[in-house]
Design a protein around this ligand. Sequence first.
Ligand code: PM9
Length: 462
Amino acid sequence: MSKPTKHSWAEPYKIKMVELLKMTTPAQRKKAMKEAGFNTFLLRSEDVYIDLLTDSGTGAMSDQQWSGLMMGDEAYAGSRNFYHLEETVREIYGYKYLVPTHQGRGAENIISKILIKPGDIVPGNMYFTTTRLHQELAGGRFEDIIIDEAHDPENEFPFKGNIDLNKLEKLVKKYGAKKIPYVSMATSVNMAGGQPISLKNLKELRAYTKKHGIRIIHDMTRVAENAHFIQQREKGYEHKTIREIVKEICSLTNGATMSAKKDAIVNIGGFLAVNDWDVFEEARNLVVVYEGLHTYGGLAGRDMEAMAIGIRESVSDAHIHARVGQVIYLGEKMIEYGVPIVKPIGGHGIFVDAKKFLPHIPQDHFPAQTLAAEIYLDSGVRTMERGVVSAGRKPNGENYYPKLELVRFTIPRRVYTQAHMDVVAESTAMVFEKRNKIKGLKMIYEPKYLRFFQARFERITD
Ligand code: PM9
């Protein structure tokens, strides 16, 4: 064995309480998967061993956050926890005005309703399911302006979340800047595999949009993870802290939607944050229609307190290095076993390339949906489809056919151990060994909105 040459990453916490897991047999998993219509979203969580469905709301709160719950001020109006959250958002992210929402999509609904008019174009660095749906429901059309590299799982470009300014310019020339209410810019682009945008690219975007009077609305759900990659990969940022980088990213945008269930390590919560008083005034008014009063937005006081504390913890360098370190650990294991994954390894999970894994299954037979089901059947590990099912249909009813057909192994924050990651990689490798025998699925039930959550499938038996 070779001698170590560097300190490896490790968790900056120790475990005080554990949640026991149920182990299942292959027969139990077969029954559970059939009952779930081959959709991992429809499994009961008690039938799951290692749950990598999502990193959303599934993180382990710290002792500080749990203490914060006891400090909940459950007044209907003016809860002190709201003011603490507002102060924290101003201090850590720098946005001026805060409207809390029950989770990210609540904020997406409000900002889309305020800024988008029917017929508008909303360019962005790859779609996200709920974000694009709210843009479409408000009458807008999403246009993907992420760089081409993002659509290629093998391309190792370090900032695959970057925006192609030529693509943006084409839209401005074709439709005019007045038809573009904002650029929908995500940090750590989820559907591309958790890929970061660079500060250089964001600064160029800022200069361009400012010239044309177009806003940047930031999906900051995983901004701290994006900051980690900037610190590791972007020249000039290697000595800046995560907190400094996060603040700089936010300073280049006009407002943000946040699902605090990710970066901020809470089980529920989100917000809309803006710098523009007029937008804030309208948002503060609309939130009472859809979420709740502007000082709670659908949340309990205790939820806002846990969020304020979680935001501060999320920008700690030690936390984020261990968080991304664990994701990279799993990814490197998968690569060792020859499993095709999206590269470079992203911030919140490993994205397995189902097109490469199951090349004999056409996209209409849902290779990623199939693979997620097979992994569960093998070991009780729950993952999620991020391909043609997630992409859904266009407003005209046609299917979207994304280039990326992926299975996401999403890692909850501060929840699983390195040994769990070993089991996940081993199970994936074992399914890889028998990949030629795997058959695709057909969809037998399709809901109208966000079909991936509730669609049902059957195995194709031919
Ligand atoms: N993301 C995820 O698992 C949960 C729902 S979709 C399976 O990745 C971004 C980048 C997200 C996100 C949710 C939302 C919506 C907005 N932007 O789920 O409404 O990743 O809090 O946030 C999920 P909420």
